[in-house]
Design a protein around this ligand. Structure first.
Ligand SMILES: [Zn+2]
Length: 184
């Protein structure tokens, strides 16, 4: 569940346990009968896109979120996960540091200029509208949090790819800690 762009070349049926409260169905080319209402609903999601859905749902532990949490924890930081009291249900909330971290999948959160954010060739209008909505919502939520006095950090999926991962994590930690006097 790395959250990359949907690929039409995936073959076979992609096993998915992903659930989303706001899945917008798109026309499906085929529909297999499956058991369970959730799966049934998901079958209508465009083939090839389903397996990526996990990465844009806050509250699910996708691997990239876990990477970031594990690193911060190892550095002695304590945090809350997916706190529903805040806009966007941030992946990591560090009250002591007055800091919030979002770990964003590049596709779902529309990382501009990123190779992992490519609008699928089919249903272009649908995807453009959906991803633009996601991005605008992200911006709005970050602004709300900053207005409330939080320092908001965004880590992108592509920055957590192997070559740059350690640097990204170290830099995140440094930025959270740097220039900030913890509350206690
Ligand atoms: Zn990216």
């Amino acid at each position: 569940m790395s959250g990359g762009p949907p690929s039409a070349s995936r073959s076979g049926s992609v096993a998915t346990r992903a659930k989303t409260p706001h899945a917008t169905p798109v026309p499906a080319t085929s529909s297999h009968a499956r058991t369970g209402a959730r799966v049934e609903r998901f079958e209508r999601f465009e083939r090839g896109t389903r397996s990526y859905t996990m990465s844009h749902i806050r509250g699910k532990d996708t691997s990239i979120e876990v990477l970031v949490r594990r690193y911060l924890f190892a550095r002695g930081m304590r945090f809350r996960k997916n706190d529903r009291r805040y806009p966007g249900h941030p992946d990591v909330v560090l009250p002591k540091w007055r800091a919030i971290v979002f770990v964003n999948g590049c596709f779902w959160h529309m990382h501009e200029g990123c190779a992992k954010c490519v609008i699928p060739k089919s249903h272009v209008d649908f995807w453009t509208a959906k991803l633009t909505r996601n991005r605008n919502r992200d911006r709005r939520q970050i602004a709300e949090l900053e207005d409330a006095g939080w320092r908001v950090f965004v880590v992108w999926e592509c920055e957590l790819d192997k070559p740059g991962r350690q640097g990204t994590l170290a830099s995140l930690h440094a930025r959270i800690v740097g220039g900030w006097v913890p509350s206690r």
